[in-house]
Write a protein that binds this ligand. Structure first.
Ligand SMILES: Cc1ncc(C[n+]2csc(CCOP(=O)(O)OP(=O)(O)O)c2C)c(N)n1
Length: 399
């Protein structure tokens, strides 16, 4: 199943949360000792009614969880009571972030195609899910993101140089070149380093207050309809006793409102909330994928028009008189120039000393790592022509 544990906004008061959970378990254990009666079944852990009608439950008979939205495809607020009433500067800031991410994606994707970086993943069509949820939480809320949620970090002020240094794994990369491109992490921005292995965020989510899943229609080549027979991911929420909301992930205001409400609820009630954001992955899964082998262009093209999250927000801003075509042209060019400038700078930077990758895990390096480091040294001597001649000395621990 394609459970994408996206933005996990961590609780601050873990011990209080733990205590209240224990107290709840004890009290429910006590109340469930009561025996079943003719009036009401009292089986442990259930609150149900008796029935004397034999009824095979059809999974489609319960209807489906509706998709909450605020903006229509013309960029209009459908119901004024749902207007988050964000001021012009905040809305423009959100738009700037979504479109800067889009320009960075386009350029770094091409950069990978030219063999300049080893790997990349784009966010095309999913820009609102990360940026909208990031804008709705506090900057000091801890985030455990999945790999396609760079917008959270961009919203928090991670710079183009920081992103691109990481993708090149150069000496300015905070991860010292140890991780694949796009596996960003930032202590300063309360953003836990991305892990590639899927669902590692689930155990972390156990102590988090808010759990976002981005349902973008595919897990690499497997379409959603082959991943589950039930009502998507949101239907799992009530099954696990979780408060849940399903939202249009291409509607920035809906994502914003849902995340804000979920955060408020979770902090007040000390209980987690599940958000399922429905969206569509317009790009290939990654640069190692070619999605044209498993889906039609006509399907993808349905998501590049008025339903696209950037197009919808732009239309809203134009309707408000906050954005013009001239501004659009200037801003787009500006984002491209900024990414190119940063790329030029970051690409030239030296790689970290290769020995860095053996350090920082154990306080004292164990023998097996020592041996591997020695083997690596021999390998580098033998095949020197395939490796950089100079490694960084400035930030190196080995001068
Ligand atoms: C435990 C594990 N198994 C397999 C993989 C290989 N893998 C990487 S991404 C992916 C599909 C993920 O799809 P989804 O969760 O829908 O995320 P999306 O790429 O659509 O954002 C798989 C199977 C992995 N990273 N981790």
């Amino acid at each position: 199943m394609a459970l994408k544990n996206t933005s996990l906004h961590f609780i601050k008061n873990l011990s209080r949360f733990g205590q209240s959970l224990c107290a709840k378990h004890l009290s429910s254990a006590r109340t469930n000792i009561t025996l079943a009666t003719d009036d009401k079944p009292m089986f442990p852990g259930f609150s149900a009614q008796w029935t004397d009608k034999l009824h095979l439950i059809d999974p489609t008979s319960h209807g489906t969880i509706p998709v909450y939205r605020v903006l229509d495809y013309g960029g209009n607020i459908i119901n004024s009571s749902e207007d988050p009433k964000l001021d012009q500067s905040k809305v423009v800031e959100i738009y700037h972030c979504m479109t800067l991410l889009n320009s960075m994606d386009r350029i770094l994707y091409e950069c990978q195609r030219q063999g300049r970086i080893s790997f990349y993943m784009t966010h095309y069509g999913e820009e609102a899910t990360a940026v909208g949820s990031a804008a709705a939480v506090n900057p000091d809320d801890l985030v455990f993101a999945q790999y396609r949620e760079t917008g959270v970090l961009m919203w928090r002020g991670y710079t183009l140089d920081q992103f691109i240094n990481q993708c090149f794994g150069n000496c300015e990369d905070e991860g010292k070149g140890r991780m694949m491109p796009i596996h960003y992490g930032s202590k300063a921005n309360n953003f836990v380093t991305i892990s590639s292995p899927l669902t590692v965020q689930l155990p972390q989510g156990k102590v988090s207050r808010e759990m976002g899943t981005r349902n973008n229609g595919y897990a690499i080549s497997t379409p959603s309809h082959e991943q589950y027979r039930g009502d998507g991911i949101a239907a799992h929420g009530p099954a696990y006793g979780m408060t849940t909301i399903r939202v249009d992930g291409n509607d920035i205001f809906a994502v914003y409102n849902a995340t804000k409400a979920a955060r408020e609820f979770a902090v007040k009630e000390n209980r987690p909330v599940l958000i399922e954001a429905l969206t569509y992955r317009i790009g290939h899964h990654s640069t190692s994928d070619d999605s044209s082998t498993y889906r039609q262009d006509s399907e993808v093209n349905q998501w590049t028009g008025a339903s696209h999250p950037i197009a919808r927000l732009k239309q809203y801003m134009e309707n408000q008189g906050w954005w013009t075509e001239a501004q659009e042209k200037e801003w787009k060019q500006d984002t491209v120039n900024r990414v190119r400038k940063s790329l030029e700078l970051c690409e030239k930077r030296l790689k970290p000393d290769w020995r860095e990758m053996f350090y920082d895990v154990y306080e004292k390096m164990p023998d097996h790592l020592m041996n591997q480091m020695k083997m690596m040294e021999e390998h580098l001597d033998k095949y020197a022509e395939h490796y950089p001649k100079n490694y960084d000395k400035k930030n190196s621990s080995f001068v």
